[in-house]
Design a protein around this ligand. Structure first.
Ligand code: PMP
Length: 371
């Protein structure tokens, strides 16, 4: 049995098919232990080996230096919105937030309940919604901020930062001692990153890493130990780090699946290998949209996401028909987010090039039939 459909869901999202096959094979009895992974003690040797391999593979994939801890937590990326200030600001303290879309806006609003939050720039101020990123020279960095928060890829708006902000000693640069905190829910392991340029990286797993229910946090160890005294222990980065993500029972099955995804990713040539495929997929889709009379993407080209491609039909009356026919052609979950409208194709690591080719062919055929 092979799946014919291509699933463009923004998350929970498509998983690599070989991973699902392996999980299915191992579902009842993991490697002769007589137990399913979900039936094992999280502290027993079998699960510990799964967990340790998953952490080691993620470290390898992203070249995570030893002075960074890898934490597997729960609560999703949204739970990190209060947890980042609780853990990094301690009692009192200010932080800077860059707003480039719906998710970073949400992060800043929630964080404001826990500390003095300053918006360094809001991309929507330009009057065209979230379609570009304000030049760094215009950011209003505050002198007393303990960290700068940003969202590396805005899943809803389809806006992606090229990399970390320029860091250095020039006036417009982010001071080297200001930790950059990045929500990478929707572009983690989609391309190489220099982890050293960040103090903390977090996200939900359900796009590029595995199923929902697992949250990853990669944190420089010198940022541990600063938590507000009322931070719940299960969400205190120091406690989670000290217990090897086993302070409470971790989402064991999700960690196992993430581990299988990491191994699959290594077989694709790691993040550098998958990044090349991702670039090809994104170019194919954006080129097709730009060349068409019917479809339109409104994000300024330098900021277009390689993971989430929102697009509009110039005649919005065709929306329902576009989605129905797409579904009949086994192209699934293309409806845009309710805030933005239109369509959105999420083309994460596990979306094969053939899926994007099939989408482009369908879009072109749909347009031709309306000409
Ligand atoms: N940040 C980003 C960039 C996201 O894409 C999402 C989920 N779509 C979230 C935060 C919220 O994640 P969760 O539902 O895991 O809390």
């Amino acid at each position: 049995m092979s799946r014919a459909a291509f699933n463009f869901s923004p998350g929970p999202a498509v998983m690599p098919e070989p991973v699902l096959r392996q999980a299915a094979e191992e579902l009842l009895d993991w490697r002769g232990t007589g137990m399913s992974v979900m039936e094992m003690s999280h502290r027993g040797p079998a699960f510990m080996s799964i967990y340790e391999q998953a952490v080691a593979d993620l470290r390898d994939l992203l070249a995570i230096p030893d002075d960074y801890a890898v934490l597997f937590m729960q609560g999703g990326a949204l739970a990190q919105n209060p947890l980042v200030p609780l853990n990094l600001l301690g009692e009192g303290g200010a932080a800077d937030y860059l707003i480039t879309g719906q998710w970073s806006l949400k992060s800043a609003k929630e964080a404001a309940r826990y500390g003095a939050i300053r918006v360094v720039a809001d991309a929507a101020q330009g009057g065209r919604g979230y379609t570009s990123v304000p030049p760094q020279a215009t950011w209003q960095l505050s002198r007393d901020a303990r960290y700068l928060h940003l969202c590396a890829n805005e899943t809803i708006d389809g806006v992606e930062l090229e990399g970390p902000p320029a860091q250095g000693t020039a006036p417009h640069e982010v001071p080297l001692d200001l930790p950059v905190v990045a929500d990478m829910s929707s572009n983690i392991v989609s391309r190489p990153i220099d982890v050293r340029r960040y103090g903390l990286i977090y996200g939900g797993a359900q796009k590029n890493i595995g199923p929902a229910g697992l949250t990853f946090v990669i944190v420089r160890k010198d940022l541990l130990g600063r938590a507000h005294p009322l931070t719940p222990s299960a969400f205190n980065y120091s406690v989670v780090a000290e217990s090897g993500s086993m302070y409470n029972t971790p989402p064991t099955y999700a960690i196992y699946l993430a581990g299988l995804v990491f191994q699959w990713l290594k077989a694709q040539g790691g993040v550098a290998g998958i990044a090349a495929v991702n670039a090809t997929k994104a170019k194919l889709l954006y080129d097709a949209i730009d060349a068409s009379e019917l479809y339109e993407n409104r994000v300024d080209p330098p900021w277009r996401s390689r993971m989430n491609v929102p697009f509009f039909l110039r005649d919005e009356r065709l929306n329902e028909c576009f989605l129905e026919e797409a579904k009949a052609a086994e192209l699934l979950q293309l409806k845009g987010h309710r805030v933005v409208g239109g369509m959105r194709a999420s083309i994460y690591n596990a979306m094969p090039l053939e899926g994007v080719q099939a989408l482009v062919e369908y879009m072109q055929d749909f347009e031709r039939r309306r000409a």
